[in-house]
Design a protein around this ligand. Structure first.
Ligand code: V47
Ligand code: SF4
Length: 375
């Protein structure tokens, strides 16, 4: 093999725990083969999380799909008057929370459309109602795009709304709505909604209020490597400032039923390379998630050797990806998740949203264990 001085210098940086620059990331993308990327990412993965792979038992709730925005990559949204549009009633929402509770889920992940007519109080009430009925369920709700919309609707600052919702039972923020921050791409795929700076600001404010959050990146559409690196570095900068991010989730674009349906979906190779590069660039993020719903089970399992240390959860009632053509099953049982993790040579550990160990007394009742060590 020819010697590659630049690649060797990057390898030394990774081995010594030093930060990679934009140029390093670009070089890796252009010159490193899949195995090298995976090997380097695995060094960071095992340094931070050893052999452990986390999973959680959660459910998704999308209370409405009606949305004022028209992101070109979205197959989930519906117009106000469309037959496809739905708004769940309070009874339906509580019924779903009851189902989540009786299955022993520790988390409810709630996101939806930005409805033209529903007031902010409708969104607030969802959190209030579920928290009052099932206080032990962690509510991870509303993306930064939704928080920005609540602020536009009410004229109140996002930080005030975050604080109000935290008092009502909000536990943390999911990582959605990030897409690609770079304006050259963002204006083409999701113009008008919260921009990159606003997304970052909402997460900064959440962290300042003591709320943890996740971050995502939607890849494999019209963006290029420089936009992905720019996105990762913006996230890394905020994490340096606040330390409030828990997990990064790279989201592979699913083209079916979207206005970008002419673009082929990212290959398994791109999925693994993006996973590995994310792990390498985000040196201050404790966790990288392989979201099996979008990657498919086989790539998600393989990703556990390419930087990922979290498989997300049992995920019941996911609709955003299934609308866009994901052929993953609607649910993975806990035994199957554990089997996939062990087969990949890792140790499965059930976590709650804030990365405490979950101790199960039987299938459905559980208690919180120790806080898992984050490096
Ligand atoms: O913001 C929408 C993406 C996101 C498509 O925080 C699409 O733990 C691909 O953020 N193809 C919502 N992606 C999902 C999300 C998420 C998922 C799992 C875990 C967490 C977490 C967050 O889904 C949207 C958008 O970026 N999305 N349509 C599509 N056709
Ligand atoms: Fe609306 Fe979210 Fe879909 Fe964009 S991605 S159209 S904001 S539901």
């Amino acid at each position: 093999m020819p010697s590659d001085t630049q690649l060797n210098a990057i390898r030394t940086k990774v081995e010594n725990g030093q930060r990679l620059s934009f140029e390093d990331g670009f070089y890796l993308d252009q010159h490193a083969d899949l195995f090298t990327l995976g090997e380097l990412a695995n060094i960071v993965r095992e340094r931070k999380n050893g052999q452990v792979t986390y999973y959680n038992v959660n459910e998704h709730l999308n209370p409405t799909n009606v949305c004022v925005y028209r992101c070109t990559f979205c197959a989930f949204r519906a117009d106000l008057k469309s037959e496809k549009g739905f708004v769940m009633s309070d009874e339906q929402i509580l019924h779903r929370a009851e189902e989540c509770h009786s299955r022993g889920a520790t988390e409810l992940h709630i996101v939806g459309g930005l409805h033209h007519k529903l007031p902010y109080e409708w969104y607030l009430n969802i959190v209030k109602m579920i928290h009052e009925a099932y206080p032990e369920i962690h509510i991870k709700a509303w993306t930064a795009v939704e928080w920005d919309w609540f602020s536009r609707m009410t004229g109140r600052p996002t930080k005030e709304l975050l604080a109000e919702m935290k008092d009502a039972g909000l536990g943390s923020l999911p990582g959605g709505g990030a897409e690609i921050f770079h304006p050259d791409i963002r204006t083409q795929i999701c113009d008008y909604k919260a921009d990159g700076e606003q997304w970052i600001r909402v997460h900064r404010e959440a962290h300042e209020l003591g709320l943890r959050s996740n971050a995502t990146m939607l890849y494999g559409h019209i963006e290029k490597i420089e936009h992905r690196l720019d996105h990762l570095i913006r996230l890394r900068n905020l994490q340096d400032e606040t330390g409030g991010f828990q997990t990064f989730i790279p989201l592979a674009f699913h083209p079916d039923n979207t206005r970008l349906s002419h673009i082929p979906k990212p290959s398994g190779l791109m999925d693994l390379r993006t996973m590995a590069l994310s792990r390498l660039m985000l040196d201050n993020f404790p966790h990288i998630k392989a979201y099996w719903v979008m990657l498919g089970i086989k790539i998600a399992q393989t990703a556990l050797s390419y930087g990922a240390d979290d498989l997300d959860g049992t995920v019941v009632h996911e609709t955003i990806y299934h609308a866009a053509g994901s052929d993953s099953p609607q649910e993975l049982g806990v035994d199957e998740i554990k089997r996939l993790i062990k087969e990949a040579g890792r140790v499965p550990v059930e976590r709650d949203t804030l990365y405490h160990e979950v101790i199960r007394e039987n299938g459905t009742s559980w208690k919180q264990g120790r806080k898992l060590q984050l490096v």
